[in-house]
Design a protein around this ligand. Structure first.
Ligand code: G4P
Length: 197
C-alpha cells in the first residue's frame, strides 16, 4: 500500500537492522486517517472472505483493529496479556514469546467472545517471527473457529514469519513488507506488491 510505505519512509526511524520505530503514527501517537485507509485496503483484499470477527492483541493492534472492525461491520476482540499465572476459568489461553521484547506472555480471550461459528480476521501492527499471529490462531482454533486470514500493517520480511505462514497456506496480507533496513543511512527496501493501491 503506497500510502503506508510513503508514511514509513517519511516518518519511520530505523533504530537497528531489525527494529523500526513508528511511534509517531502507528504505535504511540496514532494517525487515524491513515488507519482508515489501511482498514479500507484490508476490506478490499479480504472482500471474498466471510469474516464475522476481528481478533488482535493488546496493545498496539487495538487501534488499527477498531478501524478495520468499522470497515467490515464486525466486532473486534483483543487478546489480553495476562500478568497472573493463576488464570480464572472460561478463558482460551496460550503463550506468546516475544523476541523483540525478550519475554513470554500468557495470552487469554474469554470463551464468551470466540466460538466455533467465528470466521476470524487476525489484525496486528507488526509481523516479525510470527509468534503473536501463531498464538492468536491457536486461540481461534481452541474455540473451533476458522481463521480466514491475517492482516498486518508492517511485515519485516527478513524475519521470515509471514512467508512461513504463507507456506502453510494461511492468507497473509501485509500492507507494507520491509526486506531490509539500514540504521546508518536510514535506507529501507520494500518488497514490491501486486495489490498496491
Ligand atoms: P512476532 O510476534 O512476529 O514473533 O514478533 P516479535 O515477538 O518480535 O514482536 C513482538 C512485539 O514487538 C510486538 O508488540 C510487535 O508489535 C513489536 N515489534 C516487533 N518488531 C517491531 C519493530 O521493528 N518496531 C516496533 N516498534 N515494534 C516491533 P507487542 O508484544 O504486541 O506489544 P505492543 O507494543 O503491541 O504492546
Amino acid at each position: 500500500m503506497k500510502l503506508l510505505e510513503e508514511k514509513i519512509r517519511r516518518d519511520g526511524v530505523v533504530k537497528t537492522e531489525d527494529i523500526l520505530k513508528v511511534d509517531s503514527f502507528l504505535n504511540h501517537q496514532m494517525d487515524v486517517a491513515l488507519f482508515e485507509e489501511m482498514a479500507k485496503e484490508w476490506k478490499r483484499l479480504f472482500r471474498d472472505c466471510p469474516i464475522n470477527k476481528i481478533l488482535t492483541i493488546e496493545a498496539s493492534g487495538i487501534g488499527i483493529a477498531c478501524l478495520a472492525g468499522r470497515e467490515f461491520g464486525v466486532p473486534v476482540v483483543f487478546a489480553k496479556k495476562s500478568k497472573t499465572s493463576n488464570l480464572a476459568g472460561g478463558m482460551y489461553k496460550t503463550q506468546i514469546q516475544s523476541f523483540t521484547h525478550g519475554k513470554t506472555y500468557d495470552v487469554i480471550v474469554s470463551e464468551k467472545f470466540l466460538s466455533a461459528e467465528d470466521h476470524v480476521l487476525i489484525i496486528d501492527d507488526f509481523l516479525a517471527n510470527g509468534c503473536a499471529v501463531n498464538g492468536l490462531m491457536e486461540l481461534v482454533h481452541s474455540a473451533g473457529g476458522t481463521v480466514e486470514g491475517v492482516g498486518i500493517a508492517i511485515e519485516k520480511g527478513f524475519q521470515g514469519g509471514g512467508d512461513a505462514l504463507r507456506e502453510k497456506g494461511i492468507r497473509v496480507e501485509s500492507l507494507a513488507i520491509l526486506e531490509s533496513m539500514d540504521p546508518k543511512t536510514g535506507n529501507m527496501v520494500f518488497r514490491p506488491q501486486p495489490q498496491q493501491s
